[in-house]
Ligand binder design. Structure first.
Ligand code: PHE
Length: 333
């Protein structure tokens, strides 16, 4: 074959090749020791000087082009093969564990509590974590100089404007979810039944059952002829649904300025009685503060410590674990 003939056909041939053996054969055919192009190059020395000068560089350049084309094809073919290899899946190999996040037990129990009360026809509302003196205390029948205020050690905030300052209505981090009782009744008329889950804050020393921030679930049911009997029924239903039929709980008389009579709910935890809620019948003064007629409406209110319910349900020995951020703890739920 002449140089020109090779040039015409070889690139076309390379294009058609798709396996390494064929490619090697082609390389030998043209570039091998006795290859056609090799022979032509070798024959150049027999030509006249003039012809040699003319054809030599052309042949050399062509040889280079051919080598490059072969190399390129080789890469293509091996790439194709290794891609095929990767597609083989060994289904007998153990899988990789997919890491998933975990809900904090407080989130879990809150979801459950919402469901239980929704099923009993309660609505769920949420309040604000930054409250004011009036809603957190005054309207709940806890006047400014009342010693009962000591029961709620308060994180006071700086007033943000003159109006707050003058009205003596200082901002604070709510110490309980009860101010939402007032805000709800300011806006809506009875009858209704609501729960208010939310975070609350207390300026206190911590121990196994006390934190400076924790969660409560407030409840409020107002209507005509609502009595302590309704309260007992709802609470017992709620606890049974959350803990199962066999529960250890009891009611004890208690005192809160915004209820009369007042009740505390206790449950067994670490073989001791632990207070899990404050509650009672809504005080007539609270109804007056929101312009409800206390002769017409009665109601009960309660405030569960959500952390304490979670401690009992999941057998957690220390409330501070909820907020410690230790993954070994959270991963168990
Ligand atoms: N807010 C009270 C507390 O945080 C609990 C409570 C709620 C008591 C509703 C009575 C009625 O201690």
């Amino acid at each position: 074959m002449s140089f020109e003939q090779i040039k015409k056909t070889v690139f076309f041939q390379i294009k058609e090749i798709n396996n390494p053996n064929e490619l090697e054969n082609l390389r030998i055919k043209y570039l091998g020791r006795k290859g056609e192009l090799t022979l032509i190059l070798r024959g150049l020395k027999d030509l006249s000087i003039e012809k040699r000068r003319q054809e030599g560089p052309l042949a050399q350049r062509f040889k280079k082009e051919l080598e490059e084309a072969i190399n390129k094809k080789q890469k293509e073919i091996s790439g194709f093969n290794s891609q095929k290899k990767n597609q083989l899946i060994d289904i007998s190999r153990p899988g990789k564990r997919v890491l998933s996040g975990h809900l904090n037990p407080l989130t879990k129990i809150e979801k459950e509590i919402r469901q239980i009360f929704l099923a009993m026809n309660f609505s769920v509302v949420e309040g604000q974590e930054i409250e004011d003196d009036y809603h957190n205390f005054d309207a709940l029948h806890i006047p400014k100089d009342h010693p009962a205020r000591d029961a709620w050690d308060t994180f006071w905030l700086k007033p943000i404007n003159d109006k707050q300052l003058k009205a003596g209505n200082k901002p604070l981090l709510r110490t309980h979810t009860s101010p939402m009782q007032i805000r709800y009744m300011e806006k809506y008329q009875p009858p209704f039944q609501i729960i208010v889950p939310g975070r609350v804050f207390r300026y206190e020393a911590t121990d196994a059952s006390h934190e400076t921030t924790f969660k409560q679930v407030e409840g409020l049911m107002v209507g005509e002829d609502i009595s302590l009997v309704n309260f007992k029924f709802i609470i017992e239903e709620f606890l049974k649904k959350l803990f199962g039929e066999k529960i250890d709980f009891e009611f004890r008389p208690s005192y809160y300025p915004f209820v009369e009579p007042g009740v505390d709910v206790y449950m067994k935890w670490k073989n001791k009685w632990l207070e899990v809620a404050g509650a009672g019948m809504v005080h007539p003064e609270v109804f007056r503060a929101v312009n409800y007629n206390p002769y017409k409406w009665q109601g009960f209110a309660f405030g569960f410590g959500l952390d304490r319910l979670a401690m009992i349900k999941y057998k957690i020995p220390d409330i501070r674990m909820f907020y410690g951020g230790d993954l070994r703890f959270v991963k168990q739920f």
